[in-house]
Design a protein around this ligand. Sequence first.
Ligand SMILES: [Cu+2]
Length: 142
Amino acid sequence: MNNVSRIICLFVLGGFAVAADFARPANAAQENQAVQVIEVTAKKYEYSPSPIRVKLGAKVQLKITSLDRTHGFKLNLYPDGAEAKGDPGLIFSSTEDCFTIETGTPTVVEFVAHTAGTYSFHCCNRCGLGHGGMKGQLIVEP
Ligand SMILES: [Cu+2]
């Protein structure tokens, strides 16, 4: 092989490698992207982690478990400061309004992060004196 054909050969192989790299995320997007699974814990009177960070466009599964008693989880459909009308910023797989969070068994909250922004959530199951302050935020990063 002379030098010229060697260089051409490298270009061709390099081209394939680049094409393969581009093909991967495109296919993933077509399949409605990989599920981003995040383990969340709830206890008097906080959630962890908070804020929860997810990627715009991701299909998200929050697996929420309580560490002490039964709590709740209610996540806003619209970003903070946005008007609650039109297409919601988070598209949920279930119509559950208030998810019950038990000890031992994780509750799965699934949605697609459709619009970037900060979404508030709070405990919707009266759990004690600090219940009203049991809040957190989900950030959908562009
Ligand atoms: Cu609570």
